[in-house]
Design a protein around this ligand. Structure first.
Ligand code: FAD
Length: 317
């Protein structure tokens, strides 16, 4: 293998929720080639493998993550004059925005304030302010079942905060790099737009460790129409924010151990006092039950659970 492997490495410092257990084996990839050779090695040795970007959308189990965890720090970004961007998936999504604007391109303003890697953004089709990462892709380089190859974006089956890699049993795939086509833009306008998004986030987002929105918003026009206090624009769109349902169910500020539902933003699970992953999980389950009882809706996690949850009774699908 290309890099030294460490054993029993705590994943807490590698997650924005600052919770969870240890990786059985841990290795850092510094380039797309590193990522490829590690994935090929894992496939040859039938080793379970978990890829980690900036850990801003995951909760590793307190009982740890079996097999090999690969911290993806491949970060090369190349941009040509025609607006073609080639980026390794370990680059920070915000860096990608900055470099694209410096090259006179636009489109990624929404990425400002999303504290993840490009790879993590692709897995959940990350987005904000009516844009998402899949809009600009033309090609992806992946390792699928041990074979390095290029695929078109349709292979990822992108939809709202979703892709093929979020399935209960996803394909064994490492995302290595992407090619994107971005339109030409005006840097001043892009910076102004990004600054405005940042300003809106600062007003809403709490400073405690979190993984951003814990649950996905609900697309259900019948439910939206039935909610008297839902803003008219959301009724028209048929979208019910998870935070609205959590607040209406009386769970804003609700606490379990060291974990708490946000007071400013009810859809944020906050680690306010050294919460264990199990405490975060149990808090999320209580919220789901309360919302289901009140509105008949099953909230779906945006955050991904990693590793072995059998002891807390969570099944993997
Ligand atoms: C304060 C805050 C605000 C946020 N705001 C937003 C927002 O506005 N919109 C939004 O969509 N999200 C938001 N998020 C969630 C999160 O930042 C995004 O989902 C982000 O794109 C995840 O990237 P990551 O590198 O942290 O992924 P990680 O959490 O490291 O990983 C996420 C998943 O992707 C897999 N993965 C990561 N890299 C690869 C790879 N190279 N190959 C294969 N699989 C891989 C992991 O195994 C895991 O299953 C927010 C989070 C926080 C903490």
């Amino acid at each position: 293998m290309v890099r030294p492997v460490e054993y029993c490495v705590s994943l807490k410092p590698y997650t924005t929720l600052r919770a969870g257990g240890a990786a059985e084996q841990f290795v850092v990839a510094r380039s797309a080639d590193d990522m490829a050779s590690i994935s090929e090695y894992a496939h040859r040795h039938d080793l379970p493998v978990t890829y980690l970007g900036y850990g801003s959308n995951v909760l590793p189990s307190d009982d740890g993550v079996p097999g090999l965890t690969v911290l993806n720090r491949s970060s090369r970004i190349e941009i040509d004059r025609n607006g073609t961007v080639r980026a390794e998936t370990g680059c920070s999504f915000q860096d990608l925005f900055l470099k694209s604007v410096q090259s006179g391109l636009r489109g990624l303003e929404f990425a400002v304030g999303i504290p993840g890697s490009l790879g993590g953004a692709l897995v959940s089709n990350a987005g904000a302010y009516r844009s998402c990462v899949s809009e600009f892709l033309t090609e992806l380089e992946i390792v699928l079942d041990g074979t390095r190859q290029t695929v078109s974006p349709s292979w990822m089956e992108f939809s709202y905060r979703n892709s093929i890699l979020r399935r209960a049993k996803p394909p064994r795939c490492a995302l290595l790099s992407v090619t994107m086509k971005l339109p030409k833009g005006d840097p001043k306008r892009s910076y102004d737009e990004a600054r405005e998004y940042q300003r809106q986030r600062i007003g809403k987002q709490p400073p405690s460790p979190s993984a951003g929105s814990f649950f996905k918003n609900v697309n259900d026009s019948v439910l939206a129409e039935s909610l008297e206090t839902l803003p008219p624009a959301l009724k028209v769109a048929g979208v019910v924010p998870a935070g609205y349902l959590i607040e209406q169910a009386g769970m804003k500020g609700y606490r379990f151990g060291g974990a708490m539902m946000g007071r400013r933003h009810a859809n944020f699970v906050l680690n306010v006092k050294n919460a264990t992953a199990a405490e975060i999980y149990h808090l999320a389950e209580s919220v789901k039950k309360r919302v289901a009882r009140r509105f008949g809706v099953c909230l779906e996690e945006e955050v991904l659970y990693l590793g072995d949850w059998s002891r807390v009774g969570r099944s993997h699908d």
